[in-house]
Design a protein around this ligand. Sequence first.
Ligand code: GLU
Length: 445
Amino acid sequence: MEDRLQPAFAEVLRRNPGEVEFHQAVREVFESLGPVLRKNPQYAEAAVLERICEPERQIIFRVPWVDDTGRVRINRGFRVEYNSALGPFKGGLRFHPSVYLGIVKFLGFEQIFKNALTGLPIGGGKGGSDFDPRGRSDGEVMRFCQSFMTELYRHIGEYTDVPAGDIGVGAREIGYLFGQYKRITNRYESGVLTGKGLTWGGSLVRKEATGYGSVLFAQSMLGTVGESLDGRRVSISGSGNVAIYAAEKAQQLGGRVVTFSDSSGYVVDEAGVDLSLLKEIKEVERGRVSDYIARRPGARLVKDGSIWDVPTDVALPCATQNELTEADAKQLVANGVRAVAEGANMPSTPEAVALLREAGVLFGPGKAANAGGVATSALEMQQNASRDSWSFGHTEDRLAEIMVSIHDNCLATADEYDVPGDYVVGANVRGFTQVADAMIALGVV
Ligand code: GLU
C-alpha cells in the first residue's frame, strides 16, 4: 500500500478493532488505489477514502424467537447501510453462525464497488445474523425471519435499502421476510427485496445469476488469450446456489465439472458432476454432499486435504471467504491452472491472490466475477418498478451483456493504469472511481 493511504488505513484499524475480515477487504482495495489518488487530487481533498470506509448507517438488533421445543432463542441481527451514492443500499443477508459485525462490514464494503461495476443504479449494503438455519424446521426458520423483519422493516424500502439473499438465505427465507414486511407495512412493495419467488415478483435467472455470471466472466478472461471453457476441467468449491449454477453454465459451455464440496468434505466426480442429482440433494432434500456419493457410482468423498489439490484448468471458488489459501494457490499453479474466477466473496486469501497474479494465472476477483447476482437483482427491481416480468432468454441476455461490460471495463481500466490484464486493479479502480465521483458530486453528506 502506498504511503499516502497509510493514515486512512490506520484509522480504519483504530476505529474497527478486531474486525479482521473488514480490515482485509479494505487493505485489498487500498492496495490498488495509490496511482488513482495521485491522478485525482480531488479525492483526497474531499476525504473520499475516509468517508467511503465509514458506513452511512449501521443497525444491530436483537432477534428473539421460539424454537420447536418452546425454548426462547436470541440471535443478533445486522444491517450495514454502507454507501448510497449510486442508488439505494443493495446487498444480501447472510444467516450463518460466523456472522458478526466484521463479516457484515467486509461484505458491505465489497458490495459498494461490486455494485458500481455493474453500471446499474445501486448503492452498497449487507446484513445478516448469527442464526444457523441448518437443522432448523421450516416453522423455526419462519419465526426467525418474521422476528428479524419485525425490526428490519423500518430501515428498508424500495428507494432506501433493498436486501436479498446470501449464504443461508434463499427463496424460502426471502418469502418469509417478504411476507412479514408486507403484513407490517400493509404494502405490496415488490422492490423492497430481491431473490423473490417467480409467482410473487421474482425474476427469472436471479437464482442462476451469480454462478452463471462467474462462468461467463471466466470465459471472457480465457477469450483474451484465445482459449475457452470447452473441453476444460473445472473445479468448483461449495454446493450452494452459486456453485450449482456455476456448474450448470460451465457444463453448457463444454466444461467438465469434477468437484464440489460442503463443510463435510469435497467430492471428486471424474465423469463430470450429475447436476440433476446434486440439485435434488441440495435444493429439494437440503441434504449433504455425502448423500451424492451414496447415489453416484464412481464419485468419491474426500474428508481431509484441499479441494484445490485436484488438478484442474479452471478453478471457481464458490464457497466462502478465505477458503483458497497460499498453499492451495501453489498447488493450482503446479497443476497448470489457467484461470481462477471468484464466485464467492473474498474466497482467496491475499497471499493466494498475490501468488496467482505473479504466476500469470487469469484471476477474476469476486467484485467483478460474482457481480452477476446483484446485477440480476437490479434487473428484478426494474421489472418490479414497471410491473413487468421478462422472459428467461431476455434476462439471461441482459446478464451476459453486463458480465461482458464488467470484464471489458476492468481490462480498459487496467490498461489505463499501465497494468494490462490485471483484473484486481481494474475492478478496484473502476468501482472506486465510479463511487468517488458520485460522492464528490453529491457534496459532503
Ligand atoms: N449476496 C449477493 C452478493 O454477494 C447478492 C446480493 C443481491 O442480490 O443484492 O452480491
